[in-house]
Design a protein around this ligand. Structure first.
Ligand SMILES: *Cc1c(COP(=O)(O)O)cnc(C)c1O
Length: 406
């Protein structure tokens, strides 16, 4: 009998009463059936699952939580606690792990950017908190950003009402600092592109007493980055929780100076009448984030890297068995710093476009997601589950071989 039917049956049939009457506990009737038919909502709704050989993309739900994190979420869900006390305790732990004075769990790195900026603008002034994003009465409402760092993520900052002031050189930056300057923002993934490097950026901030913030959302590994930018002297550091750290996908971390974290929290839930009220993080996510970070920091990173290299080798070997196919292994210098593969092919020997190959991989069984460009496909291996490297290798080889001209 299906569980649905059993429940229906129990609710209409006199058996429930009869069972109690005969001394047979009702639980003993329902429990085995319930355990046997654990609800699988993904299946029930017909959702496509896939092997993630693309990377930690929000649209693909980014990363999978480890069982320790899911266990934490499950056990935390059974209790009421005060959310501020959860943030206090977890914040202390995260701060200690990452060499910061203080920390909080936010609704993703984006939310860390908004709340950190808001805190810098308002400090502990509740009147100011209530005014954001209207900064017309604020003395300081500008954020200095290097031109090469001024990309889409800046929208997290402009949410608070600030105006971005673009600069290119250190001299320009010093000249741009006025009584209106609230903050200076550094996008770590654009670090190699900008003229002003971390140390000089922080030094200028300190010299002029302007707080500095760094967005290093996707920039672990290496794990040391979790404390490197606090050690360097950035006043606020923003990280994604649900990328390589494999925390809850909707969580992130804001860490840094104690007074600025306190001010950011004034702009965040559970407080209302502020810009951050919609960026709620529940106790399960806050505690899950803490456990994910703890696990991530204590991972054997060298062994993990070796495992990634082994996976890369499996896929490269299979793909390049097809005549005309070549594979380049590369490691992005900043952000998603893990071994990745670019597979390309001689269009005269293998008649398929990257787009068509991506579609075939997606539509195949098992479904595989990769990234693609004009001249080939890109594969990462850090989001694969054990054994999936072989499946990806097989599917890529099959599709390329199918398109090969014999
Ligand atoms: C992913 C990302 C964000 C947003 O992070 P979420 O954790 O998804 O909110 C912000 N900045 C950069 C550079 C990112 O890569």
């Amino acid at each position: 009998m299906k569980r649905r039917d059993l429940i229906k049956y129990l609710s209409v049939a006199p058996i429930a009463g009869a069972a109690v009457g005969t001394g047979v506990p009702l639980q003993s009737l329902a429990a085995p059936a319930a355990a046997a038919a654990k609800r699988d909502v993904i299946k029930e709704l017909g959702l496509r699952t896939f092997i993630n050989a693309a990377g930690t993309y929000t649209t693909m739900t980014a990363s999978l939580m480890h069982h320790e994190v899911v266990d934490t979420i499950e056990s935390a869900s059974k209790h009421f606690v005060m959310i501020n006390e959860v943030q206090d305790k977890v914040g202390e732990k995260i701060a200690a792990m990452c060499h910061a004075e203080s920390a909080m769990v936010t609704a993703g790195c984006w939310s860390a950017l908004v709340l950190g900026t808001a805190g810098i603008l308002t400090r502990m002034d509740r009147k100011k908190v209530s005014l954001l994003p209207d900064l017309s009465t604020f003395d300081r409402s500008e954020v200095i950003v290097q031109k090469t760092h001024n990309v889409g993520y800046v929208h997290a900052l402009t949410n608070t009402g600030i105006r971005v002031v673009e600069v290119e050189t250190a001299e320009e930056m010093e000249r741009a600092i006025t009584g209106k300057t609230a903050m200076m923002w550094f996008l770590n993934s654009s670090g190699p592109m900008g003229k002003i490097k971390h140390e000089e950026f922080v030094a200028i901030g300190k010299k002029h007493n302007i707080p500095t913030m760094i967005d290093m959302a996707a920039d672990v590994p290496p794990v040391e980055n979790l404390w490197k930018y606090n050690d360097l002297g950035f006043d606020l550091v923003c990280v994604s929780g649900g990328k390589a750290i494999c925390g809850p996908q909707s969580a992130g971390i804001l860490m840094g100076k104690k007074d600025l974290i306190a001010a950011a929290r004034l702009n965040a839930p559970p407080n209302g009448g502020n810009i951050g009220r919609g960026m709620k993080v529940n106790k399960e996510e806050i505690l899950g984030m803490y456990v994910a970070l703890d696990k991530y920091i204590n991972t054997d990173h060298a062994a993990e890297w070796k495992m990634w290299e082994d996976r890369v080798a499996v896929i490269v070997n299979a793909a390049t068995k097809v005549d005309g196919v070549s594979a380049d292994v590369f490691v992005p210098p900043v952000a998603n710093h893990t071994p990745a593969i670019k597979i390309s092919w001689d269009q005269n020997k293998v008649k398929i476009t990257p787009r068509q190959l991506m579609k075939n991989l997606r539509d195949g069984s098992p479904s595989v997601e990769v990234m693609g460009g004009q001249t080939g496909i890109n594969i990462t291996v850090f989001m694969l589950k054990n054994g999936e490297d072989k499946l990806v290798a097989k599917r890529v080889q099959q599709e390329l071989a199918k398109a090969a001209i014999s």
